[in-house]
Design a binder for this molecule. Structure first.
Ligand code: GLY
Ligand code: MN
Ligand code: MN
Length: 436
């Protein structure tokens, strides 16, 4: 991956347009008391450097003799006995291509010198008070140099604006990781459908998913897995995953494997007993129709927003047919009455982060899709169990169907490439995977 990252850095240095940039990674987050979460590297750090250890700072100095500087945890035999091997400053230069490398503890002291000559600095201010203290302290300490005519950063730009733009279009290595994540995720959803027998618990389904993710060599779930049986499917961020799966109900699973730090994001909804009831089938068919209509808009040159509009049109029409809404279709859409049953967006960028970096609007308009973008397409319909205005047979049904789609070049036809197409989705395929 070093070459691809080196190409990204060259592009980044160029696009900084004379500004310096400082990107800081994180540290182990505390879970509780003195127990830590496993460290997950910062996405911008991974993207530009591939460095996977905590406490790292990447400094970019366009136009200098040493444009790429890394501050990392140095080798330390005693500390490594407790917390694991470190690549050290040697590894930063030899294996990660840094022009200069220093111990992380020297960051504050060295910044004033290394930032000299740069009037502008890209930095993710506001994310971490400790980082702000180091960076702003270093700039404040250089005030004397400023008075003596030395150029130091006086203009701050948020670093995420540029990295987000760069991360929007995925390169070859990123797509390989996403395809792998998608493949593992499809297998995990099939394992979930098999595991979720009547009487099992939501956490057993989650366990089957986690096992599939980890056995395939992924780093685990790219976000907290949702396993919502019955009406739990109507709670959008349900992650407790502790209820029993009842025969006759649906189970909604939103789970994505992370591989090489890239995550898939897939939702499937399936019948616990193995067969959709008539009411469940009606809702599922409608959501699937909305999803296919939205995926058809995932083409180069189309505004991102078209996918949502297409899904909303199909879903709102279906809400009238199902007896959930009453009135004129266009008015119901303009007045956003569909939001009672479809209250979220239809998709988002996908990559290193599940809700990946990148603006959805450019100027006043929706961003236009282009080859290399990867989006999720995830319409749903959620009818609360206590919704007395809804037909009784529909109450408590929640369905979402979510796939990951690569926008392909117009020159190759521009057809949406559904990266997660191996995951059962049609009623026939889902029922076959859920056969009891
Ligand atoms: N799994 C988070 C989402 O679908 O956006
Ligand atoms: Mn999603
Ligand atoms: Mn999802």
């Amino acid at each position: 991956m070093v070459d691809r990252r080196s190409a990204r850095r060259t592009r980044y240095l160029d696009r900084l347009d004379g500004a310096a940039a400082l990107i800081l990674g994180g540290t182990h987050a505390i879970r509780n008391s003195d127990s830590e979460y496993r460290y997950r590297p910062h996405s911008d750090v991974v993207y530009l450097t591939g460095w996977e250890e905590p406490e790292v700072a990447a400094l970019f100095r366009p136009g200098s003799d040493h444009p790429f500087v890394l501050f990392v945890l140095p080798k330390d035999k005693e500390r490594e006995t407790w917390t694991g091997r470190r690549s050290g400053v040697e590894g930063a230069q030899e294996a990660h291509g840094a022009d200069l490398a220093f111990p992380y503890s020297e960051l504050a002291a060295r910044l004033p010198v290394l930032l000299q000559g740069y009037e502008r600095l890209h930095y993710a201010y506001g994310d971490c008070a400790e980082h702000d203290r180091i960076v702003f302290g270093a700039i404040a300490n250089a005030r004397g140099a400023l008075r003596n005519g030395v150029c130091m950063p006086t203009k701050l730009e948020h670093s995420r604006m540029l990295t987000a733009e760069m991360r929007l279009c995925k390169d070859h290595d990123e797509l390989a990781a996403l395809r792998r994540a998608a493949h593992i995720t499809a297998d995990a959803h099939v394992a979930a459908m098999r595991a979720g027998l009547p009487g099992t618990f939501e956490y057993e389904v989650e366990a089957a998913i986690d096992a599939t993710f980890r056995r395939a060599g992924g780093t685990g779930a790219g976000y907290t897995t949702i396993v919502g049986g019955g009406p739990n499917a109507c709670v959008l961020h349900y992650v407790q995953n502790r209820d029993r799966l009842e025969s006759g109900s649906l189970c909604l699973v939103d789970a994505g494997a992370e591989f090489d730090w890239y995550t898939a994001d897939v939702t499937r909804t399936w019948p616990v007993s193995g067969r959709f009831s008539s009411a469940q089938r009606d809702v599922y068919t409608l959501v699937l129709e909305a999803q296919l209509a939205a995926i058809a808009c995932a083409r180069p040159g189309r505004p991102f927003r078209d996918m949502h509009d297409a899904a909303v049109a199909v879903l709102t029409r279906g809400m009238i047919e199902l007896g959930l809404l009453d009135g004129d279709l266009d008015e119901l859409i303009v007045e956003e009455r569909y939001r009672k049953y479809y209250m979220h967006g239809t998709g988002h960028w996908l990559g290193l982060d599940v809700h990946d970096a990148g603006a959805y609007h450019v100027g006043l308009g929706s961003r236009v899709l282009q080859a290399g973008h990867v989006v999720t397409v995830e319409p749903g319909l959620y009818i609360a169990p206590d919704d007395e205005e809804a037909p009784e047979a529909l109450r408590g049904i929640g369905v979402r169907i979510e796939d990951d789609v690569l926008i392909t070049p117009e020159s190759l036809g521009g057809a949406p490439d559904v990266l997660t197409s191996a995951c059962p989705k049609s009623i026939a395929h889902v029922e076959a995977a859920c056969a009891r």
